[in-house]
Design a protein around this ligand. Structure first.
Ligand SMILES: [Zn+2]
Length: 84
C-alpha cells in the first residue's frame, strides 16, 4: 500500500482529504483509489460511526466502485446484504 510522505501530503489540495481541517494529523487523504481503500479500512478500525459515514460519502463521490466493494460502514454492509 502506497503511503504518502510528509512532503507529498503537504502538496495535496484540501479537496484530496475527507477532513481537510485535520490534514496535519490525518484527515484521511484520498488522492487515488489505493488511498481511498486504505482510508475505508482505517476508518473502519479506528473511526467513529460519524467519521465512517463521512469517509464513505467522500469516497463514494470520487470512486463509487470502491465503496461498493470495500466500505464497511453500517449502511454499505446492509446494502450488500440486501443485494446478496
Ligand atoms: Zn459506506
Amino acid at each position: 500500500m502506497a503511503k504518502l510522505t510528509y512532503a507529498e501530503r503537504q502538496e495535496l489540495p484540501d479537496s484530496a482529504f475527507v477532513f481537510p481541517s485535520r490534514r496535519e494529523t490525518d484527515g484521511y487523504p484520498i488522492p487515488d483509489k489505493s488511498h481511498a481503500r486504505n482510508a475505508l479500512a482505517r476508518v473502519d478500525q479506528y473511526g467513529t460511526p460519524k467519521e465512517k459515514a463521512a469517509v464513505c460519502r467522500a469516497v463514494k463521490r470520487k470512486y463509487p466502485s470502491i465503496v461498493e466493494k470495500h466500505c464497511k460502514c453500517r449502511h454499505c454492509k446492509l446494502r450488500r446484504e440486501l443485494n446478496r
